[in-house]
Design a protein around this ligand. Structure first.
Ligand code: DGT
Length: 139
């Protein structure tokens, strides 16, 4: 059998939470020992086998921030490929949660005005859809 000529991308599903409080959003700085270290991202991570996106995000927000989150609406989805690996990211609105977010995984957490996102180093996957992220946040 001939090898296919088109290189297939291996897609990894990822979920991220848009936590909003007093017109600010929560971002975390990716830890040193991870890919994209030092970049500011929305809390979240990869969906594990057998999980729904909402279950995955609820687990990630618990592991990373120590909160019990009420997963809101799916606001935005995008894809980004890094060569032969790609990510599909689903961004969910999070308006309600129990507990105070703490940096259990990130170097640090910060509540910032959405406009500040364009001044920070963020993953390329987010940079290229920043306009849509602003729309999803209602700014
Ligand atoms: P692990 O345990 O090291 O496999 O990591 P997880 O499951 O916590 O997932 P992570 O954060 O390493 O993977 C998420 C991927 O999505 C990673 O390639 C970075 C990328 N990404 C791009 N934008 C964002 C974002 O806003 N938030 C998150 N969490 N990931 C993003």
């Amino acid at each position: 059998m001939r090898k296919p000529r088109v290189k297939k991308i291996h897609w990894i599903p990822v979920v991220a939470g848009l936590l909003k409080k007093d017109k600010k959003i929560l971002v975390g700085q990716r830890p040193e020992n991870h890919s994209l270290a030092g970049l500011w991202e929305f809390p979240g991570g990869k969906i594990e086998i057998g999980e729904s996106p909402e279950q995955a995000l609820s687990r990630e927000l618990n592991e990373e921030l120590g909160i019990e989150a009420d997963i809101g609406q799916l606001k935005l989805a995008c894809t980004h490929s890094y060569g032969d690996v790609g990510i599909v990211i689903l961004f969910y609105e999070i308006n309600y949660w129990k507990g105070e977010p703490k940096a259990k995984h990130h170097l640090m957490l910060e509540w910032i005005y959405p406009q500040e996102l364009k001044l920070r180093p963020i993953p390329e996957a987010n940079k290229k859809i920043l306009g849509d992220i602003y729309k999803a946040l209602g700014v």
